[in-house]
Design a binder for this molecule. Structure first.
Ligand SMILES: [Zn+2]
Ligand SMILES: [Zn+2]
Length: 662
């Protein structure tokens, strides 16, 4: 008699089944509803196909659409295969390469047949239609193990140059898996997949765009077309996503930045921002706000050099680990004689700072520090440069020159938890002032790391202790910490549900060691301080980008570059408009006047586009009565009020939240 396999289910029950049984058999035995709903299986923690037989006794969890993250990942992977199949069905001779799932969908890199132009946007509707046909045909997706040699032969015979090249590079004798779609199409793939194409919703995907891509990402290789799609479990999810995209496009900080005349970017300074007067006003208000918060929390502000020489970066470890991302400058002495070449002081290099940390340790190391002086909190509006590839740059969100609201806290071992607690409270008060909600994540030790396991146990526990003491919940991210320290991350949720990681705090025992920082303890001996790296905005550039998108340009009045515009209806009111503006200015309100000979509706439209919070409309009557007609951005009606009342309202709205609370 063959021995039965014991399959344990999440509810603790155990089912005994004959060898050769599959998760699909178990689902069917439990009930027809589950048999229909099951999409895949988690077998001893590994995501697998439903019809793949058990290897032995196992723990089994069946995956259904309720397990949204897994179900989406599976569906997106399947959509990618269906996309490739559809393109080949429509245009035989198309070569396929690879196509993974992405955060909101999938893509596939393909090469159009010889003689045909690369696929474009015009081709997408036909491909979508063919994909729907394949989905409706409900083709079974079946796993098969092939030898490497058979696979190479198949790809070569079909003229799939890229696939053949890839298969050839795999280790000899390796068994590979392929997935059949019905009996007429297959792709090599590790899987797993849904049981059939019919498990996909034909109305829950959309092809979005095409882009050029190179085989293996190398521009010396053949050029391919990457077809992008978004894919979901049902139509409702897809529509919600498309609405979100539309909303995000309206809020795009690059578009609003232009309309509001805040900043620009140009090729001559890739990834560095040209701030215009209005944009830099936002920056100045934020900076003043952050200064008050940090001063109030016991930080002291410093300013450190933009450029330090290579020896310093070698010692800190950046030269070894980070050089690729650093802007390096030869330490050359210009020879003033005309026509002479630069004299290089051989092997002397300098670099623009990619981070402020080493310089802060150097400040800490000046003089003798006693344990009584700790904690020392050094802050810097630190301007850093990182050499990011052009393709990675994106508006204010990803730049090469940025300024952090950076600070480093030097403290004793015993002070770490209370310092982290204080930072958690400070970060909370800042995010609340901007109306953000957030989640906190704890990134734990990565595979590659410095320091002993005992040190990591301690460092991770300190962060948990601080969170617990502040009564907060958090999610843990195994393996995602920095190589020198675990870190807490603040992920803000914006007005349209997107999340942005901004704030962080990390406890570091490595850099103080490398740069030999110490203090004199109570025992008169030298001790290493712990260094806490922390930021709340992250960078001013990115935080301003996030604020613009979060508020869709309608910044709170205290941040608005122009808080009010006094606009005239008739030129008779010009004198009065000037008077009103002067009084507003005297009251500390950022005001402009618009006395152009234009229709009032034209002025209203223009200032709404620039997202000015209040328009103070004045005509003859207002001039006589000493009033203003206030049109608030987004409001339907205007409200006539005495000038003094308008000033009081603007003053109170324009007060930064940290000052208003006092
Ligand atoms: Zn696949
Ligand atoms: Zn740092």
């Amino acid at each position: 008699m063959t021995e039965l396999l014991k399959i344990s289910l999440p509810d603790g029950s155990v089912r005994e089944v004959p060898p050769g049984s599959t998760p699909a058999d178990i689902a069917a035995a439990i009930g027809p509803g589950l048999a229909k709903a099951a999409l895949a299986a988690r077998v001893d923690g590994e995501l697998r196909d439903l019809d793949r037989p058990f290897d032995g006794d196992a723990n089994l969890a069946l995956i259904t659409a309720r397990d949204e993250a897994e179900a989406l990942e599976l569906a997106r992977h399947d959509y990618a295969h269906v996309l490739a199949e559809a393109v080949q069905a429509l245009w035989p001779g198309t070569q396929i390469t690879f196509g993974p799932a992405t955060d909101d969908g999938f893509y596939y890199d393909v090469k159009a047949p010889e003689g045909r132009e690369p696929f474009g946007m015009d081709d997408l509707p036909a491909i979508e239609e063919e994909m729907r046909r394949i989905i409706r045909a409900d083709k079974p997706l079946r796993r098969e193990v092939w030898s490497r040699e058979d696979l190479i032969a198949k790809w070569a015979a079909e003229g799939e140059v890229f696939k053949a090249e890839w298969a050839k590079e795999l280790p000899e004798g390796e068994e590979l898996t392929v997935y059949w779609s019905g009996n007429d199409w297959l792709d090599m793939c590790r899987g797993p997949h849904l049981p059939s194409t019919g498990k996909l919703d034909p109305d829950a995907f959309k092809l979005m765009r095409v882009a050029g891509a190179y085989w293996r990402g190398d521009q010396n290789n053949a050029q391919l077309t990457r077809i992008y799609g978004t894919g979901w479990l049902n139509k409702k999810q897809l529509n919600a996503h498309l609405t979100r995209l539309e909303e995000a496009a309206k809020r795009d900080h690059r578009k609003l930045g232009r309309e509001m005349d805040l900043f620009h970017l140009q090729e001559e300074a890739h990834g560095s921002v040209f701030w215009h007067p209005k944009g830099y006003r936002i920056w100045r208000e934020l900076e003043a706000y952050m200064r008050r918060k940090m001063d109030g929390a016991g930080y002291r502000e410093i300013k450190t050099p933009q450029v330090m020489d290579a020896r310093q970066w070698e010692q800190s470890g950046h030269w070894g680990k980070y050089r690729e991302n650093m802007f390096v400058i030869p330490d050359e002495v210009p020879n003033t004689q005309e026509g002479a070449e630069l004299v290089s002081k051989d092997a002397d290099w300098m670099a623009l700072k990619p981070m402020n940390c080493p310089a802060h340790v150097l400040v800490f190391k000046q003089g003798i520090t006693s344990y009584r002086d700790l904690p020392i909190r050094l802050g810097e509006m630190g301007c850093c440069h990182r050499n990011e590839p052009h393709g990675a740059l994106h508006g204010l969100m990803r730049v090469r020159q940025f300024t952090q609201d950076d600070a480093h806290i030097f403290c004793t071992e015993g002070q770490v938890v209370s310092e982290v607690q204080a930072f958690i409270a400070l970060a909370d008060s800042v995010y609340k002032d901007f109306g953000f909600t957030y989640d906190i994540k704890l990134a734990l030790r990565p595979e590659q790391r410095f320091g002993s396991d005992a040190d990591w146990d301690k460092a991770e526990q300190e962060l948990r202790d601080a969170l617990s003491a502040n009564g907060l919940e958090w999610e843990e991210l195994p393996g995602e910490g920095a190589f020198y320290a675990p870190k807490l991350e603040w992920h803000l949720t914006d007005a349209i549900g997107r999340t942005w990681q901004v704030g962080t705090i990390q406890s570091d025992r490595v850099l103080p060691e490398r740069l030999d920082a110490h203090y004199i303890g109570e025992d008169g001996e030298k001790h290493r301080p712990v260094m806490l790296h922390r930021a709340i905005f992250g960078s001013y550039e990115r935080f301003i980008g996030i604020l613009i998108e979060h508020f869709a340009g309608r910044l709170p009045a205290w941040l608005a570059p122009v808080q009010a515009v006094v606009a005239t209806i008739v030129s008779d009111a010009d004198g009065y408009a000037g008077e009103v503006a002067a009084q507003l200015k005297a009251a500390g309100i950022r005001v402009e006047t618009d006395t152009r000979n234009e229709k009032i509706n034209y002025k209203v439209r223009e200032h709404s586009l620039a997202k000015v919070p209040h328009l103070l409309v004045v005509g003859k009557r207002e001039a006589e009565e000493g009033t203003v007609a206030v049109r608030t951005l987004g409001a339907e009606h205007q409200k006539v009020m005495p000038l003094a009342e308008a000033i009081a309202m603007l003053q109170s709205e324009g007060t930064p939240p940290d000052l208003a609370a006092a």
